[in-house]
Design a protein around this ligand. Structure first.
Ligand code: IPD
Ligand code: CA
Ligand code: CA
Length: 281
């Protein structure tokens, strides 16, 4: 071994050691901030709030969505100035590449449920390092259900480890989360294929929060979740959770998701994943 190789190895070890310490610290902080953000939402949701629309009259955003994202931005920037925030409401950074450490945050996923029902919404935080999902946290604020996962360290719900998903579940026994737009005529897939699928499976649910449906797949209470067009912040945390229980996430054509743009989605496991993709061939 020459001098430069020895030097490189020392640097790498020092970096890895620092990385381990930093990861623990990031995970604990992320969890703490998610719980605090949940508390703020709970306290604020019965006070008067502003409700606006974004891309269309059904695309809602409230002052609490914005405040929550600003809260994460402030915490991340004061604690980890070199980290970036990729948030739905645009208070973070302009993200054009996945280089470095990026927090992909949906401050409230399921805003329509939040406004109309006051339930079935969550906070979703995925932390990626150079494009690799390291930490995923999804918090159902009302039910106080906290789902967390670290890459290669398993997924947990309120501290209890989630089991590996069944590999052999037949489609006929599956309960799927399906976004209703897949059942309407659309430009991406044949809606009749979805109608056919709905007839074949045991049941279909539509909860109105992408991140919660990911958490339900990881928990095994849904066997798959399909959607037509989701953004990186809808999927960032959930993908890590599902990975940790042996599941898989792709678009509806079986391709990997691009974490910088919108895509269709299929998250499920084992043989069902293959069967569901076949449905859209
Ligand atoms: C929405 C929810 C919904 C999904 C939409 C998302 P938002 O997120 O996850 O379930 O169908 O595509 O935009 O706007 O409530 O954060
Ligand atoms: Ca969302
Ligand atoms: Ca949102």
């Amino acid at each position: 071994m020459n001098l430069s190789t020895i030097f490189d190895s020392i640097i790498t070890r020092a970096h890895n050691f620092g990385g381990i310490i930093m990861d623990k610290d990031i995970f604990e902080n992320a969890k703490k901030w998610v719980l605090k953000a949940g508390k703020r939402i709970k306290e604020g949701m019965y006070q008067p709030m502003e409700i606006d629309t974004k891309s269309d009259p059904n695309d809602l955003v409230t002052s609490l969505d914005k405040d929550t994202e600003k809260y994460f931005n402030q915490k991340i920037k004061e604690t980890y100035p070199h980290h970036k925030l990729f948030g739905e409401e645009g208070f973070g950074d302009e993200i054009k590449s996945l280089k470095g450490t990026i927090w992909i945050v949906d401050p409230i996923d399921g805003t329509t449920n939040f406004v109309h029902q006051g339930r079935n919404f969550c906070i979703s935080v995925g932390i990626y390092k150079n494009g690799i999902g390291e930490i995923g946290i999804i918090y159902d604020v009302i039910l106080e259900q906290l789902y967390v996962a670290k890459r290669n360290k398993g997924a947990y719900k309120n501290g209890k480890r989630l089991k590996k998903l069944r590999e052999d579940l037949p489609k006929e026994e599956a309960i799927l989360g399906i976004n209703h737009f897949l059942l309407c005529q659309n430009r991406l897939v044949d809606y009749r294929a979805t109608q056919d699928l709905v007839r074949k499976v045991r049941g279909v649910r539509s909860y109105g929060s992408a991140a919660l449906q990911f958490a339900y797949v990881a928990e095994g209470v849904l066997d798959g979740y399909l959607a037509l067009r989701l953004s990186p912040w809808d999927v960032a945390a959930g993908m890590i959770l599902v990975n940790e229980v042996g599941g898989k996430t792709t678009n509806l054509f079986g391709e990997s998701l691009d974490m910088l743009s919108k895509d269709s989605l299929l998250t499920s496991n084992g043989n069902i994943h293959v069967e569901l993709i076949r449905q859209y061939e």
